[in-house]
Design a protein around this ligand. Structure first.
Ligand SMILES: *Cc1c(COP(=O)(O)O)cnc(C)c1O
Length: 418
C-alpha cells in the first residue's frame, strides 16, 4: 500500500513499516482506538483527495462535483438508515469539529452549556478552560455520584433548573456505563435547552444496536468516526429534521471549509459495513470482552470504577494496588500492552499522575480475541501490577503478551506486501 513511498522516500517508508510492526506486536487497549478496515485505508487515499468541494450536493461552489454528489447522497442514505436518524451531516473533519459545528449552528457567544465534568469523563470540547470553546460560551458542569460513580441525574436536573443552560451535553470519553438519555432529554425540555449527545466513543456500539441509541432523544448527536465506529479519522452529526437547515448552514459555511472527500468516501463504506453481521458480531464481542476483563480484574483485587462496564471501556482504580496510573501505564507499555492513565472520579492525584487507567476492548475484539484471551490479559496485567518496576517480571510478562497477540494478526497476511 506504500509502494511509491518505498521508492521515493525509503526513510519515511521505514517508519511506516516500524509503526505496522509496533501495532502488530502490541495489545492495543487505548479506548479511543480501533483498527481501520483495509477499505477505509484504500478510500482515504483515493482520488477523491484531489477534489475541492464546498457546499452540498446540487449546491456546490465548484464545478465537476457530479460524482462526489452521488457519494455524499449515498452516505446520507446509508447513515440515516443505519442510525434511524432524520437528518445527517457528514462533513465534519473529526469529533471535535462535529461539536463545533453544532455550537456554531445554534449557540450565541455567552450562551450557557451544561456538560459532564472533564475530570469525570467529559471531553475537552465540552468546556475545558484549555479549549477555545470556553472563551465563547459559559460552562457549568454535572458529575457522577461519589458512591455509585454513575451520573448524578438529580444533581444534573438541579443545576439545569438553577442555571437555565441553552444546551445540555451528554456523552463522555471515559464513562463506562449507559446514559439515561430519556431522563436528560426531559430535563432539557423542561428548562428549554437543546439536548446534544456526543457519542464519539460509542457510535459503533450504537450502530450495531448492542447498546441503546441516543438518536430518538437528542436534538443533535455528534460523533467521531474512529473509536468504536472503526472508520476514517473524521466526524458526523445527526439531528432532527427541524434542525436540518440550521445544522447544514452552521457546518458549512458556518464552521468548515472545503471537504475532506477522501475520508467522506471511507465513511460512506463504513455506513454499509456497520450494518453487516460481521460488524455486529465484533461490537457484541467488544461488550462481552469488556465485562469479562472487568470481572477478571476484580477477582485479582482491582477496583473497577462504578463496579463494571456496559460498553467498550473500563476505568480501573489502582489505589488498592498501591500504584499510580502513570506507573501502571508505563509498566504495561514496557510489556506491549497499550493503555492510558486516567483520572478516576474525585481523584486525589494530579492529571499527569492519576489513580487509574482506562482500558478499551475495541481493537483486540476486532483482532478476534475472546474471553479466554481476555482472561490471559487480566492475568498478565495483575502480574505487571505486582512488580511494575521489576525488569525480570516485565520481561516475563512481555513474552506472554507477545505470544498471545502473535496468534491474532492485525490485518490478513500479505495485506501490505507491495
Ligand atoms: C474523542 C472525542 C471527541 C473528539 O473526537 P476527535 O475525532 O478526536 O476530534 C469528542 N467528544 C468525545 C466525547 C470524545 O471522546
Amino acid at each position: 500500500m506504500i509502494k511509491v513511498t518505498r521508492q521515493t522516500d525509503p526513510e519515511l517508508a521505514a517508519l511506516v513499516d516500524e509503526e505496522l510492526v509496533r501495532q502488530e506486536h502490541n495489545i492495543e487497549m487505548i479506548a479511543s482506538e480501533s483498527t481501520a478496515p483495509l477499505a477505509v485505508m484504500e478510500l482515504s487515499g483515493s482520488v477523491f483527495t484531489n477534489k475541492t468541494l464546498e457546499g452540498y450536493p446540487g449546491r456546490r461552489f465548484q464545478a465537476g462535483s457530479e460524482v462526489a454528489d452521488k457519494v455524499e447522497e449515498l452516505a446520507w442514505k446509508r447513515a440515516k438508515e443505519l442510525f434511524g436518524a432524520e437528518h445527517v451531516n457528514i462533513q465534519s473533519y473529526s469529533g471535535s469539529t462535529a461539536n463545533y459545528s453544532v455550537f456554531a449552528s445554534v449557540l450565541e457567544p455567552g450562551d450557557k452549556i451544561l456538560s459532564m465534568r472533564l475530570d469525570q469523563g467529559g471531553h475537552l470540547t465540552h468546556g475545558s478552560p484549555a479549549n477555545w470553546v470556553s472563551k465563547i460560551y459559559n460552562h457549568v458542569f454535572y458529575g457522577v455520584d461519589k458512591e455509585t460513580e454513575l451520573i448524578d441525574y438529580d444533581e444534573l436536573e438541579r443545576i439545569a433548573k438553577e442555571e437555565k443552560p441553552k444546551m445540555i451535553i451528554a456523552g463522555a470519553s471515559s464513562y463506562p456505563r449507559l446514559i439515561d438519555y430519556e431522563r436528560i432529554a426531559k430535563v432539557a425540555e423542561e428548562v428549554g435547552a437543546y439536548f446534544m449527545v456526543d457519542m464519539a466513543h460509542i457510535a459503533g456500539l450504537v450502530a450495531a444496536k448492542v447498546i441503546p441509541s441516543p438518536i430518538p432523544y437528542a436534538d443533535f448527536v455528534t460523533s467521531s468516526t474512529t473509536k468504536t465506529f472503526c472508520s476514517a479519522r473524521s466526524g458526523m452529526v445527526f439531528c432532527k429534521e427541524k434542525y436540518a437547515k440550521i445544522l447544514d448552514k452552521g457546518t458549512f459555511p458556518g464552521c468548515l471549509g472545503s471537504l475532506m472527500f477522501n475520508t467522506m468516501a471511507a465513511k460512506t463504506w463504513s455506513f454499509k459495513y456497520a450494518a453487516s453481521q460481521e460488524f455486529h458480531d465484533i461490537m457484541a464481542q467488544v461488550v462481552v470482552n469488556a465485562k469479562c476483563l472487568a470481572e477478571e480484574l476484580q477477582k485479582y483485587g482491582f477496583r473497577i470504577v462504578s463496579g463494571g462496564t456496559d460498553n467498550h471501556l473500563l476505568v480501573v482504580d489502582l489505589r488498592e494496588k498501591g500504584i499510580t496510573g502513570k506507573t501502571f501505564q508505563n509498566a504495561l507499555d514496557a510489556v506491549g500492552i497499550t493503555v492510558n492513565k486516567n483520572m478516576i472520579p474525585f481523584d486525589p492525584e494530579k492529571p499527569g499522575v492519576t489513580s487509574g487507567v482506562r482500558i478499551g476492548l475495541t481493537s483486540v475484539s476486532q483482532r478476534g480475541l475472546k474471553e479466554p484471551e481476555i482472561r490471559e490479559i487480566a492475568a498478565i496485567m495483575n502480574q505487571v501490577a505486582q512488580a511494575p518496576e521489576d525488569e525480570e517480571n516485565l520481561k516475563a510478562c512481555k513474552a506472554k503478551a507477545e505470544a498471545l497477540i502473535s496468534r491474532f494478526p492485525l490485518y490478513p497476511a500479505g495485506s501490505f506486501d507491495d
